[in-house]
Design a protein around this ligand. Structure first.
Ligand code: ATP
Ligand code: MG
Length: 562
């Protein structure tokens, strides 16, 4: 028997779903687990979907099973091919492989139709002429039973004839539906004669105009799982009641295989909205630049922002799988990418808000090449060359005209270390008519090359810099959380968009970057020393004019605010 001390590759106990899969494998009930990820192609995938993808594909990898990618495409009016392609790309990018198990619920439309006729033959489904409103009124509430439809008693022959006519386009949209005949007083509302088929005159992205009736999700889903011989059908808790219907359909049809549905708690993340409907609103109303806006918690947004697949998988592993609804703090996701990039991102120097420095005693015609480590803790990541010359840029906020005692950077008469360079001392500065500091005059100590003094003299501050004539001009987008409250959609009476964070994107033009950054590829992450992790934007960058997105700051700046 499986115990909770067994592990799934990481060093934690198995979650309750893996315990079931593990037992089923050991007992021989299912020696090969078969799972599936079943997105509806009506939007882009978000971080919540990543949890489900990591669970389903993760189990298949760990237990040498397989995981199907199945598009639940039963709603022709909301679905688009663009979404299908983006979903496939996202699953692959996350590092998962469905091999040759790519399916579409629409591939089963013929079979589903046959199953519907079988239900009619068994006296378990009927054509109902009530309108959608009437069906709702007849359904009852959580405290009151529903009422039988006046069409519930139709004969098998009449139902068959009407259903076939529905299929053949004899009736108007909304005029009739096929319903399961279960129990109008069931405590579970989903069992009160749910609709199985509806009339929709819309072209489907795969079946074209072949059908004008489309099966409902609940009917489609369990039969698709069954047809694919899924062993463990994993879904989120809100489908708990639907399991009754799922089991009813398969039991009533006496199908040869009966997948087991198991529910787990969905991912809820603070400072964001997760529903595709709300994400779509942000896109449609131009609150963001598209589904892949780097502030969106979509997989494509996270990718463009610079999150790594590894960081998302680690995050999903960390939050685990349980049965209890809970909230995960956005800081956990940000930490996951911070930890990952801390290991892998080369260190570089970029001055985001530049202030020019002239080193008065550095020869005008001298150039030096300084060797800098790409990762101080990882010598195997190698080194690179930084040009050094008389004129440099430093960060504007690394200088203060009247610095307080604890400010260990530059001020008049103060000395700092230039990272990998020399000690410099500020001797004077220039200002413009508005009182802004425009130029620092410094001197350097030639005896401090490499950042250490020969006389044992110590300086507390080390600042980053870029040689002015060698600098690459770049643009930097400082991204922050899209919403400025923990639960933007927490109050039904308040539009979630009123909580959009006005500071979620700050654009810095005229940044001065070290020359190695002219050559890096889109999608590659680096750490700008002292600033954070950045990723070259694939869409906005042009040759010689890099645009960087801030993935995440070096520390969690929100932790302090709260
Ligand atoms: P949304 O509510 O955002 O529109 P959805 O559930 O309608 O999402 P589907 O395309 O039906 O989107 O989802 C595919 C799979 O992803 C389902 O199995 C669903 O349970 C799972 N899923 C969706 N959102 C989450 C989430 N926040 N956490 C975990 N799994 C999720
Ligand atoms: Mg759904």
């Amino acid at each position: 028997m499986s115990t909770s001390t067994e592990t799934s590759g990481s060093d934690r106990p198995l979650d309750f779903i893996r315990q079931i899969v593990d037992q089923d494998q050991k007992s021989g009930k299912h020696s090969v687990p078969v799972t599936r990820f079943p997105p509806e192609p009506n939007g882009f995938l978000h971080i919540g979907h990543a949890k489900s993808i990591c669970l389903n594909f993760g189990i298949s990898n760990e237990y040498r099973g397989r995981c199907h990618l199945r598009f639940d495409d039963t709603n022709p009016s909301k679905e688009e091919v663009e979404y299908v392609e983006s979903i496939k790309a996202d699953v692959q990018w996350l590092g998962f492989d469905w091999q040759d198990h790519l399916y579409f619920a629409s591939d089963y439309f013929d079979k589903l139709y046959d199953y519907a006729e079988q239900l009619i033959h068994r006296g378990k489904a009927y054509v109902c002429d009530l309108s959608a409103d009437e069906i709702r009124n007849y359904r009852g509430t959580l405290t009151e039973p529903g009422k039988d439809s006046p069409y519930r008693g139709r004969s098998v022959e009449e139902n068959l004839e009407l259903f076939r006519k529905m299929r053949d386009g004899a009736y108007a949209e909304g005029s009739r539906v096929l319903r399961a005949k279960i129990d109008m007083s069931s405590p579970a509302i989903v069992m009160r004669d749910p609709v199985l088929y509806r009339i929709v005159y819309a072209s489907h992205h795969r079946t074209g105009d072949k059908w004008c009736i489309y099966p409902m999700y609940d009917f489609t889903h369990c039969l698709s799982d069954m047809l694919e011989e899924i062993t463990h059908s994993l879904c989120t808790l809100e489908f708990q009641d639907n399991r009754l219907l799922y089991d009813w359909v398969l039991d009533t049809l006496e199908t040869p295989c009966h997948p087991r549905q198991i529910e787990f708690a969905r991912l809820n993340l603070t400072y964001t909205v997760m529903s595709k409907r709300k994400l779509l609103q942000l896109v449609d109303e131009y609150h963001v630049d598209g589904w892949d806006d780097p502030r969106m918690l979509t997989i494509s947004g996270l990718r463009r922002r610079g999150f790594t697949p590894n960081s998302i998988r680690k995050f999903c592993d960390l939050i685990g799988i349980g049965k209890k609804q809970s909230w995960i703090d956005m800081g956990v996701l940000e930490n996951a990418v911070r930890d990952d990039l801390n290991e892998t991102a080369p260190r570089v120097m970029g001055v985001l808000e530049p202030l020019k420095v002239v080193i008065d005693n550095y020869p005008e015609d001298m150039d030096e090449e300084i060797t800098a480590q790409n990762h101080p803790q990882k010598p195997e990541m190698g080194t690179r060359i930084l040009p050094f010359s008389r004129e440099l840029y430093i960060e504007r906020n690394d200088f203060m005209e009247e610095p307080p005692r604890k400010f260990f950077r530059l001020g008049p008469g103060r000395e700092v270390r230039l990272r990998y360079g020399y000690y410099i001392t500020c001797v004077s500065y220039e200002k413009d008519a508005d009182g802004n500091v425009t130029l620092l005059h410094c001197t350097y100590d030639p005896e401090t090359k490499g950042g250490t003094s020969t006389d044992g003299r110590k300086v507390k501050g080390t600042i980053h810099w870029v040689s002015a004539k060698d600098a690459v001009d770049g643009k930097v987008y400082l991204y922050d959380r899209l919403f400025d409250v923990e639960h933007p959609d927490g109050d039904k009476d308040v539009d979630f968009k009123t909580h959009l964070n006005p500071e979620s994107r700050k654009i810095l033009e005229g940044c001065k970057l070290e020359p190695s950054l002219a050559e890096i590829e889109a999608g590659v992450q680096v750490q700008f020393e002292r600033q954070g992790y950045y990723c070259l934007d694939a869409v906005l960058s042009t040759p010689g004019k890099p645009v960087f997105n801030r993935v995440v700051t070096l520390r969690d700046s929100w932790a302090k605010i709260k």
